[in-house]
Design a protein around this ligand. Structure first.
Ligand code: ARG
Length: 461
């Protein structure tokens, strides 16, 4: 078992089938940079406790620097015989620092605390990349909202026309969901900023090393207070994976709407050529593939979370090799989002909205019936009665195949004496929108205030 990190107690090396099963370098070598950073911090605490002298520390750090630049340039990579990133890097260190010095670095640490720490470092870095991608989608939504400050559209519930809303109001509803995802990532980082390094295999170290110094050097706020928890827990990974799944779902919901808006039947948007695709057979096609891939990839992000939670379920404390399975779903989640987010922000930012068509449809389908009922309430009619009367007006209009504003004064009066011609003041889209002016409402003024508040909450994330 030449070059392995273990073997003393074994008379023979592992079977080929085990070695193949055990190997993780094909995916975990991407953590090499973090493992080398951990090694530097570890060398310093070994030095501080007297386990490395000044000259040894200097040579060790120099060897780690050479190893890192060789990893970055591609001159050093995992060999067939390396089991995982830790084994590969130890081999690289021994080649550069010599067996004697290189062999001292493993004192007081275990792959179990190393890998738990590397994972957190990786996720904290990528959380920032993912957050900036999400922020760009929010910015694209905000820019579209600002570009259409007074454009009405049909607001729907059950996909049926419900009440007119402002396009900006609708777009910002998606922005608020994504803002909460950004807040979740920021909040998550508080729990991720705790370093397991120094937990050893599960019980801590007898060598008097200082985990808090290591934590600080690696950019963590603290070291774990329980070495078993440090090596065995993965809830912080699972929480990250939940947030990435939620981001996927939020993008999928935006995408589903874009797909619908782009249909001939809706005719609300035209996709930019740069963010749509053609058909190999139908020359006229312009397909919303970005949105469809976003919708599809949300399934994969949910799968990543489900896979990770399933791996964790039933694991006894402390470390179990099952935990090696934690990495691929997390890598997949960050890779997926980092690929997807720029495409979604590009798609949203370049949508052309057909505001005339949207405005034309906004009040249709009796979408102003609620306005009649609320107008009657303002005239002193109890809402139960007002709801009935507005419903009757809808029935009359539907029977005649006209909209509410097409009803004659006589037809309105026949429904109720309360329905005087004055009700027409609320039978316009803008009248309906602007009457909803309290916080969170769809009036032009309320949406302006909303936008300012959204920006205020975006500033710190
Ligand atoms: N490669 C392992 C992982 O990804 C870390 C090594 C721990 N192995 C062990 N036999 N304790 O979790």
């Amino acid at each position: 078992n030449e070059g392995a990190l273990w073997g003393g107690r074994f008379a023979s090396g592992p079977a080929d089938a085990l070695a193949a099963l055990s190997k993780s370098t094909q995916f975990d070598f991407r953590l090499a940079r973090y493992d080398i950073a951990g090694s530097r911090a570890h060398a310093r605490v070994l030095h501080r406790t007297g386990l490395l002298d000044d000259a040894e520390l200097e040579s060790m750090l120099a060897a780690l620097d050479r190893l890192e630049s060789d990893v970055l340039s591609g001159a050093f990579g995992p060999a067939e015989s390396d089991e995982d990133v830790h084994g590969a890097l130890e081999r690289g260190l021994l080649e550069r620092a010599g067996e004697e010095l290189g062999g001292k670095l493993r004192a007081g640490r275990s792959r179990n605390d190393q890998i738990a720490t590397m994972g957190r470092m990786f996720l904290r870095d990528h959380a920032r990349v993912v957050a900036s991608g999400v922020l760009e989608v929010v910015d694209a939504l905000v820019a579209q909202a600002e570009a259409h400050p007074a454009a009405p559209m049909p607001g729907r519930t059950h996909l049926q026309h419900a009440q007119p809303v402002l396009l900006g109001h609708h777009l910002l509803a998606h922005a608020w969901a994504l803002l909460r995802d950004l807040q979740r990532l920021a909040d998550w980082d508080g729990r991720a900023a705790v370093s397991p390094y120094g937990s050893g295999a599960l019980a801590g170290s007898s060598l008097g090393l200082d985990p808090v110094r290591v934590a600080e050097e690696l950019g963590f706020a603290d070291a774990t207070w329980n070495s078993i928890d440090g090596t065995a827990s993965r809830d912080v990974y699972a929480e990250f994976s939940w947030v990435t799944a939620m981001i996927g779902v939020d993008l999928s919901r935006i995408s589903e709407e874009v797909i619908f808006w782009a249909t001939k039947e809706a005719g609300f948007v035209t996709l930019d050529d740069a963010f749509s695709t053609g058909s190999s057979i139908m020359p006229q096609k312009k397909n919303p593939d970005v949105a469809e891939l976003a919708r599809g990839k949300s399934g994969r992000l949910i799968g990543d979370l489900t896979g990770l939670l399933t791996t964790l379920k039933g694991l006894p404390l402390a470390y179990n090799r099952d935990l090696q399975e934690d990495k691929e779903p997390l890598f997949d989640a960050v890779d997926t989002l980092e690929l997807l987010l720029p495409a979604v922000s590009g798609m949203v930012g370049t949508l052309t909205f057909h505001t005339e068509r949207m405005a034309e449809l906004a009040p249709r389908g009796f979408a102003l019936a609620t306005d009649i009922a609320e107008w009657l309430v303002r005239q002193g009619v109890p809402f139960r009665v007002a709801h009935e009367l507005a419903g009757e007006a809808v029935r009359v209009a539907e029977a005649r195949d006209v909209e509410l504003w097409d009803l004659t004064d006589d037809e309105l009066a026949a429904v109720s004496e309360h329905l005087t011609p004055a009700v027409r003041e609320v039978l316009t889209t803008l009248g309906s929108l602007n009457s909803r002016s309290s916080q969170g409402g769809t009036a032009v003024s309320a949406v302006g205030e909303q936008l300012a508040e959204l920006k205020r909450q975006l500033a710190p994330v």
